[in-house]
Every structure is written in C-alpha cells, then in structure tokens.
Design a protein. Sequence first.
Length: 405
Amino acid sequence: MDTFVIAGGGLAAAKAIEQLRVGGFEGRIVLVGAEQHLPYERPPLSKGYLLGSEELDKAFVQPPDWYDEHDVDLRLGTNATGIDLDAHSLTTDRGLVDYDRLLIATGARPRRLALADDSGAAVAYLRTIEDSQRLRAALQPGRRIVIIGGGWVGLEVAAAARTAGSEVVVLEALDLPLVRVLGPEVAEVFRNLHVEHGVDLRTNVSITAIHRDQGRRAVVTLADGSSLGADLLVVGVGVAPNTELADTAGLHTDNGVVVDERLRASHPDVFTAGDVANVYHPVLGRHVRVEHWDTAIQQGRSAARNMLDAKEAYTLLPYFFTDQYDLGIEYVGSIGPDGYDEVVLRGDVPGRQLTAFWVKGDRVLAGMHANDWDAIEPIRSIVTAGHVDLTRLRDPSTPLDVLAG
C-alpha cells in the first residue's frame, strides 16, 4: 500500500487530501503540519474573522471528524526538518515518515522588519490564527494603529481597524498603495477609498528609526525628520516562501520550490503546491509564484491528481479577491515582468463600480471588477482568450458578455 505524505498543514494540503480520496487513492495519507490547528483558510484572518463578523469555525477547511472518516493520519504540531530523496523519507521532530510520493505545501511566512522587531514596542504580523486573534483584540476605539506597508494585508487590516474605531496611519514607500500590482490607474481607487474612510495614508515615506517611548508606545521616525507614535505597529511588507525543507534536500528552489507545469519538483516523486510553489505556467510562458487563496485550492487539487499520475498541466490563470469597507474586487490574470501598455477602465470609477483591463499590444493580460459581481465570468473569458477587439473594449456601450463571445 502506497503512502503519500503532505508536508504542510494549510489550505493547499487540505485540498490535496480531499482530491486524493475523491480520486480513488486508498493508500495511507500522512499530513505533517507545524501548527496545532486543523488546516484552515487564511482570508478570514484579515477579513471576516478580524472584523468580528465571522466565527473562527468558518475558516477551517473540514471539521475534525472528516479526517478520521477519510483515514488521514494527522500529525499536527510537528515540524518537518529534512527530506532524504533517495530513501523516500521525511524527517520530523517526532521521527521519520516514509513516503512513496511527497507533496511540499509549506506555504510562506511574513517578511520581518528588524527596525520594528528590535524596537521593544508592540509589533504585529498577520499570518496565523493566533496573529489574527491578537490583532483583533488590539483594534479598539481610540487606539492608534500604524501599518507599515500598503499591500493587500496592510490595507485589509487598515479597513478592519477603521471599522473598529481605531485611528489608522498607513506608511507606504511607493507613490501609491498596491501600485506594483495594479498600476497607478487602479491603485488610485484604493488610495481614495482609504482616505475617504479616515486613514492617514502617507506615501513615498522612508522609515529611519523605530523606538519605544517611556509609555511603551512605538515612535516611528521618518526620513523627513517627522515622527509619529503608535499603540501598535502592524508590519505588512510581504511574505517569503518556506523553502528550507526543499533547500536542505537539494531540490531546485528559486523564489519558491521550482516545479514544472504538472507541479512536479526536480525529483519525480516530489510535488509542490500553494504559496511555496514557483510553477511553470504554460499559458503565461514563464514561472510564476502566486500567494492567493484560489491558487492554493486549485494547485492542491491539481498536485493530488498528478500524484495519481494524471499528467495534467496546471493552466488556470491567477485569481484573487479582496473586501475593504464597501469595496469588493475580483481579479484574474497576470501582468508579468514586461508590464502593460494601457489600462482600459469601464464604468463608474469615482463611484467604485467598474471594470479594468490591463493590455499590452493587442493582448489582454488581466482584468478586474470592483463591485460589479456579474462581471467576473466575462472578464475571465476575455483574459483567457487574450486577444480582443480593443476598440470595442474601450467602448463602454459594448457589453462584456458580447466581448467575451
């Protein structure tokens, strides 16, 4: 009887296990996860659960008895420390686990900011359930929360903090929040959103020092000589893939574990999925690592099918969503390192009910809607097709479903 081992206890791991059983795998499944929790989804940690509008139970992928019913050997609170590729064994801090095939789904961790960590002041990161619980307790009326980084997590925390009545300052090094992801045309929408909700959003800032005052509050000093105090610093400056396990085994890593279009690593019996996977995408024609919820789900399933010898290529385009205040967006596609030529905006941009398409030459690279929930499937079709009549795309009187064919 074959044994399939999953190193990592997150969403990609859970979806892989589901797919293995759905796909008819009757062998042994062992999940080795460092956290004590059952596999859970992370979006609620910066959205519904952090806002207090959802219970924590909604974050878990499956209830506890599901794993027993599907004969899954759960080894939670267990650290995977090494892989012997020749012996087909995974070393953990609780002993060896032999495998026939291995899935690495170790995820990512927040990038640390030494200036903050060494200051002695109260500092928070957001990745785990415990992080979200601590942050949720800290978001109180009248407290000043300073968020370093204007990315997705930083802005979602800002929205939750303002909803809770906290005073919020966001410090962003670039011209606009999310400008590297969305470009200035759409990033401006998010800037205006947060400013209108009372966020003190400071861009083009550089932090030179952080220290703790006598009252144990953080004091952040900026390059222009100004300073500001904070009851809590929240650091959101990106994540780093957890490649250490793959590195020590000698697998090919580069901004994640490098895998082919079938999610197979540089050893034929090792697969990778989720935040840690740097996947060759045959549609995009390059390797891409995506740190989003939908990718963890879909890659977990695809990796499981390929562990069962499906030999399928992973061709789904990246997809993500966010909810901030009364704004919800869905985005599909990938702009890539070569950038774009123009953004085609349709709809009510000031009213934040719009669609946006990122175009290079005559090709649509990515599309997004804001508060236009019927638009996502036509957008997905347009981006998947790639080529579209740009004159009609720029004409807001042409319906998206007509463009989608």
